[in-house]
Design a protein. Structure first.
Length: 267
């Protein structure tokens, strides 16, 4: 079969793995990130697909995705009107249908060689596999300021109260059993930076163990996070998550979405 026909035939089959990319004004980083991800997925011996969630971008992010060339790895655009990375990831997860699902950041800060390890573990029966920059065997190149590093240590300490045994909840490289993550996604209420904490906590509620794997991670230019602007909002989000997880069994109301206080959660 000619290579072009092989690509068409593969792309027409239901994907075994779908990866969500949340994107807010990512016209600068998204093309390179998509090229890397699609090249990696095209080398895998099974159908895959990518869903990019445009989170109210004011640049050409949506146009980049909608005009992305056809190939072995279908790239689909969906939109999320609720501001915040957590809201965008939730919207993307709910669009998936594959047996295995994951999400990663548009900048591909995590080396994609970790994808082979994550997918292999999912095939072996693990239900939640996440990259961890705190893993003893991770290789991390961090350009962050000392203030931001100290803030990250404080955040991890608080997050461990909600997700026990997980050393790094915020690495943007997470993979799941598809049925599990589609079960918990509708219940997510955190649209901003701390959404990963709630997502992992809800998976743990379902009996899933969160398995951390080492990654090669490079801090990429273009981060929107500022400790001065966002720390208070993150503490509020963590407090809301704690209250939600502890009070929810007594409440029957549907999840109520609220805009993030300022942290949209994009790296």
């Amino acid at each position: 079969m000619p290579p072009s026909r092989q690509g068409d035939e593969r792309a027409s089959r239901p994907p075994l793995l779908e990866i969500v990319i949340p994107a807010y004004n990512e016209e600068g980083r998204l093309p390179g990130g998509l090229l890397q991800l699609c090249a990696k997925l095209a080398r895998m011996p099974f159908p895959t697909a990518v869903i990019v969630v445009d989170n109210n971008s004011t640049d050409s992010t949506a146009e980049i995705v909608s005009t992305w060339p056809r190939g072995k790895v279908p790239v689909r655009l969906t939109r999320c009107a609720t501001p915040g990375k957590g809201a965008a990831v939730r919207a993307g997860l709910l669009q998936t249908r594959a047996p295995f699902v994951g999400f990663c950041d548009a900048d591909m800060a995590t080396d994609l060689r970790a994808l082979d390890v994550a997918f292999g573990l999912l095939l072996s029966g693990e239900r939640v596999v996440v990259g961890s920059r705190a893993h003893a065997f991770s290789d991390v190149e961090n350009r962050h300021s000392r203030v931001r590093e100290l803030g990250a240590v404080g955040f991890r300490s608080l997050a461990r109260v909600l997700v026990r045994g997980v050393s790094d909840t915020q690495c943007g490289f997470k993979f799941f059993d598809g049925a599990l993550v589609r079960e918990v996604a509708p219940r997510l209420r955190t649209p901003g930076f701390a959404f990963d904490v709630e997502l992992l906590a809800r998976c743990a509620e379902k009996g899933a163990t969160v398995l951390e794997i080492p990654v090669q991670w490079r801090d990429m230019p273009g981060s929107r996070f500022s400790p001065a602007r966002h720390s208070a909002g993150i503490l509020v989000e963590l407090g809301r998550i704690w209250l939600t997880l502890h009070l929810e069994p007594r409440a029957s109301a549907a999840p109520a979405w609220e805009p993030p206080l300022d942290p949209v959660g994009y790296p």
